[in-house]
Write a protein that binds this ligand. Sequence first.
Ligand SMILES: [Zn+2]
Length: 213
Amino acid sequence: MPHLPEHLLAGYRNFMSGRYPAESGRYRSLAREGQAPETMIVACCDSRSAPEAIFDAGPGELFVLRNVGNLVPPYEPDGEYHSTSAALEFAVQSLKVKNIVVMGHGRCGGIRAALDTNSAPLSPGDFIGKWMSLIAPAAETVSSSTFMTATERQTALERISIRYSIANLRTFPCVSIIEGKGRLTLHGAWFDISTGELWVMNKETGDFERPEL
Ligand SMILES: [Zn+2]
């Protein structure tokens, strides 16, 4: 007897009676011709910041990679398991995406964990602690600022980590070479869950600004 939580089955019934019939032509052509998304999004796993919902994207439009804290690690061809780097390699080398957007969000639990180094790990493996240690130097600097409130520190590190991930993207030879040829553009964005506001990184200054809509 196949089994899924009832709310997932209910959602799937809605999909098959609504969205799938409306977009079946698109699904069939994507199945026939393969995917060719122009944009890769690196987003957080957080259930409140789904890129497909925020950008109102249909099937085949976005190549989405989600991990805790929307981090891109530096290029490390060391034979270890690098799921983020594998997705990046596929997006750039095979799909030849034209844009990569690193999208952070407000109230990020991963970022909060990076700032709160006193709390005990969730498991002996402390996978979150190890993963978020990628931004430990920035987290320590932000944590030590007594002029900022806890909320300001959180937002600051959320945005710093986006710039950090974009810098790490450029440590991948495949990214920096193709960007240098003008065939790939890197972007940063930050989504405020409570208001729905999207803030977009200014490429020159690194500041986050509201786009004209
Ligand atoms: Zn998050």
